[in-house]
Design a protein around this ligand. Structure first.
Ligand code: HGY
Ligand code: MN
Ligand code: MN
Length: 416
């Protein structure tokens, strides 16, 4: 396939302006975003994306999980489309770029092709995957997981948020539930642009991350049940303190992850304490353990050690426990051909680049099961993400979008 000329570049200002426009929807309290999946803000962001896609002459498809597919025709309508995309939903205290850069980077490459009147043989489809974050409805990458055949549609519809609202009902309520069956679309390839969400690229002064692998992840939801009682009058030896149990499990998760440095990670981000009263010993705690490693054996060993540790802690404290796995994917190896296309695009465009393993999970990790897939990363300031202070430079955004543009257009084959 002929590679595009190195002077073919996207319009960095237009991309940046679109990102800032999208950031106005579902603003956070500290300059970032709170546009959680299936909220009214998510719906507003979807509507803006749809409007922009229609302005760019794209035809919008919508499947039963609310995944959006904006299609630019190729000269050969039977040729398998090249997909490009990410997600528009954010964390509750999220940044402006996590996910959004990948969706709007896809839109920008289409806008540039339109400006230049460039045709491709294969159609190109921009995708917004529903509920990548998994923060309101676990697990993460829910809709791309249904698309890849990892999760069943009805199981996904039955996922509930902290207020007991069902995913399927909320998708219906916001009016973004399509009729298209999920997962029937065939792809020539899928590319995702994403901020690194870690410090490596910035620390090394490198423009582009060529993502060769994604680390594996497990989310274990733990419920500890002790006994509510008075914090003042219950003698210490008689307490069955589920809050203390959670603290010990938190320490255990950290220690186990530290045993497998430098790559393994572990933390507890979601915590519910009942009844959460200042003068009642917690009778029940519900919390989610997030452990990750690029090495499947290490991930499974951490899982086993943590489960064993929970049982030891609970027995010693006379509290009962339940552990439910609510999220999981094994380490991912992206498609060598797509990875090479990205690496060569960075080279051709004169960007510094390095191979990198993704610390975060992405929709590309699931789509890699059903189509040749790879990712491009750009640096982010202090490697910070899942924080409203998440920041990137316009230059970094443009570099990532240019590499994405070249990789997608080369794969979609320019028609002279
Ligand atoms: O959890 C993750 O890695 C992703 O940000 N959803
Ligand atoms: Mn993301
Ligand atoms: Mn995220």
């Amino acid at each position: 396939m002929a590679a595009p000329g190195e002077n073919l570049r996207i319009n960095a200002d237009r991309l940046w302006d679109s990102i800032m426009e999208m950031a106005k929807i579902g603003p956070g309290v500290a300059g970032g975003n709170n546009r959680q999946t299936l909220t009214d803000e998510d719906s507003e962001g979807r509507a803006l994306f749809k409007e922009w896609c229609e302005e760019a002459g794209l035809e919008m498809g919508l499947d039963q999980m609310g995944n959006m597919f904006a299609r630019r025709e190729g000269t050969d309508p039977d040729a398998l489309p090249v997909y490009v995309g990410s997600h528009l939903d954010t964390q509750p205290t999220g940044g402006k770029y996590d996910g959004v850069l990948g969706v709007l980077g896809g839109l920008e490459l289409i806008r540039t092709l339109n400006d230049l009147g460039i045709k491709t043989r294969h159609p190109i489809v921009i995708t917004n995957w529903t509920n990548e974050e998994g923060t309101r409805f676990a697990p993460a990458m829910l809709a791309s997981g249904v698309f890849a055949g990892v999760h069943d549609l009805e199981w996904a519809y039955d996922r509930t948020d902290a207020k007991g609202k069902r995913f399927g009902d909320e998708l219906e309520r916001i009016g973004w539930k399509g009729n298209e069956p999920v997962g029937q679309r065939k792809m020539k390839a899928m590319f995702e642009l994403h901020i690194e969400q870690g410090p490596i690229l910035e620390d090394e002064g490198i423009d582009i991350g060529v993502v060769t692998h994604g680390q594996g992840l497990k989310w274990l939801q733990v419920t500890l049940t002790g006994k509510e009682s008075h914090t003042g009058s219950t003698p210490m030896p008689k307490r069955r303190n589920a809050g203390l149990g959670m603290a010990r499990v938190t320490e255990l998760v950290h220690e186990v992850a530290m045993d497998y440095q430098p790559h393994a990670v572990g933390a507890i981000g979601h915590v519910e304490v009942y009844p959460n009263s200042r003068n009642i010993i917690p009778g029940r705690t519900v919390f989610t353990i997030d452990i990750r490693s690029p090495d499947k054996k290490v991930l499974d060993t951490m899982d086993a050690r943590i489960r064993e540790g929970i049982s030891t802690i609970a027995e010693a404290m006379d509290i009962s426990y339940e552990v439910e796995q609510v999220g999981h994917f094994d380490p991912v190896t992206f498609d060598e051909g797509c990875v090479k296309t990205i690496r060569e695009a960075a080279e051709r465009l004169g960007y510094s680049h390095r191979d990198i393993v993704s610390g975060a999970g992405h929709d590309a990790c699931w789509i890699n099961r059903v189509a040749p897939t790879a990712m491009v990363m750009c640096p982010c300031v202090d490697g910070l993400s899942h924080n409203e202070a998440e920041e990137i430079s316009k230059e970094w955004a443009a570099a990532g979008a240019n590499v994405l543009f070249h990789a997608v257009v080369e794969t979609a084959e320019i028609v002279e």
